[in-house]
Design a protein around this ligand. Sequence first.
Ligand code: FAD
Length: 479
Amino acid sequence: MGVNILTASGRPTTLGDDAVQQLSASVAGTVLTALSPGYAEARMVWNAMIDRRPALIVQCTSTDDVEATVRFARQHNLVIAVRGGGHNIAGNALVDDGLVIDLSKMQNVTVDPATKRARVEPGATLAVFDAATQQHGLATPVGVNSTTGIAGLTLGGGFGWLSRSLGLTIDNLLSADVVLANGTRVTASATENADLFWGIRGGGGNFGIVTSFEFQLHKVGPEVLSGLVVHPIDDAKKVLSFYRDFVETTPEEFVCWFVMRKAPPLPFLAPEWHGKEILVLAMIWSGDIAKGEEVMKPLRSFGKPIADVVGPTPFVGWQQALDPLLTPGQRNYWKSHDFASVSDGLIDTLIDAARHIPDPQTEIAFVQLGGAVSRVAHEATAYNHRDGKFVMNIHGRWADAANDAKCVAWARGLFQATVPFSTGSVYVNFMSQDEPERVKAAYGANYDKLVALKTKYDPTNLFRVNQNISPAKAATPAV
Ligand SMILES: Cc1cc2nc3c(=O)[nH]c(=O)nc-3n(C[C@H](O)[C@H](O)[C@H](O)COP(=O)(O)OP(=O)(O)OC[C@H]3O[C@@H](n4cnc5c(N)ncnc54)[C@H](O)[C@@H]3O)c2cc1C
């Protein structure tokens, strides 16, 4: 019967049963076709708007499995996608009618407390990573939703609550093991294949499949001072005007992101606020708790908050605090810009959009960066936009497909309205599937070097289901 599958040149072909059996025999993991038990679950990703049906999914359990699958894909000239945690908003973990190299079963994390280093397999989620490192009172900066995959997050750059003091996730990457397009395995670090190491720090999955990450860890927690301060949207102008000046003065252990949304029915919000538009300040101090109380005081006591739930919290708990609002299985559409500042005009535009938020799950989120992130030179890693002090994520999110048009239109409208205030750059990990023309903007002055690197390591563009950097020459079949 065989399996109908797409080639890298876009033409359909059929793999005979013998070829599929040969693939199964060459890996220790499981090979799924559309008829296999577990296929439906294996083709689900975080964003329910992504509905792709791969022809084959190889659930790898080792680097040997990854190598064997890459060799098989090359031998049969197949189009492939690579899956880490499956969180990418653009759905790049999956490819219709192609072969998915699924790393989500490879979740091992080993920590060496003496050297403060961790070795991490690419299927680990942030929850798995944080749990393993915090056992030793250690951490490195990663994202704010614990079900995100460490792999995709790291390869795009990676930022979170610790980034102002400890840098991006990639600033703490010491080395990585990579399976290249030619099927060989190499290590990339500052001293080995240094050009590849430069490229995987922000260049996404364009250059190979990472099968192991090695991170530098730092002493963090086990408790941090963190939580939320909530204001009515009517007070957002004066609160954000104060906020933007205040965060210029604070030490780097203090980080405060802000969110505009409709108030969810959470127990710490009085019922009369539920469903009304609010401004949420989400803050953390990762140093000494008593000092943090002093640092945060002016912001927490400004204006008339309707809730203040800031207090000492286990770091792993704060890393998961937003999870209930970011569960998988909802429909999501994102648009993003970087900003150098939060100007009056930007605040007015955001408040106006917040008053027209189309769904109770939709939000406008602002990430605060700067600090250690900005101290690394632009050309030191593929991630380029280190002077963007704020990253906006217009997070369109809703349950019902009937609301697609309304919610997408609102997100695009706010995106356009905020163009005049933005730096013109964008975080590659926040890009949707419909904006490939922005890849160049995502890499800015580093783009040409990335093209040269892609041409060297993946001249046939085997790794193309991502925010793709095309090799210099036209892609030829990957045989
Ligand atoms: C709810 C939510 C919250 C988020 N919060 C943050 C945040 O706080 N900070 C932040 O920086 N980002 C954040 N992100 C963005 C996140 O970094 C990206 O979605 C990232 O792509 C997720 O990685 P993944 O492994 O889960 O995704 P996947 O969809 O599995 O993969 C993403 C991309 O990486 C490639 N890839 C995955 N693994 C490998 C590998 N081992 N080798 C080569 N290529 C690989 C894939 O092919 C794909 O192109 C968030 C995303 C979501 C959905």
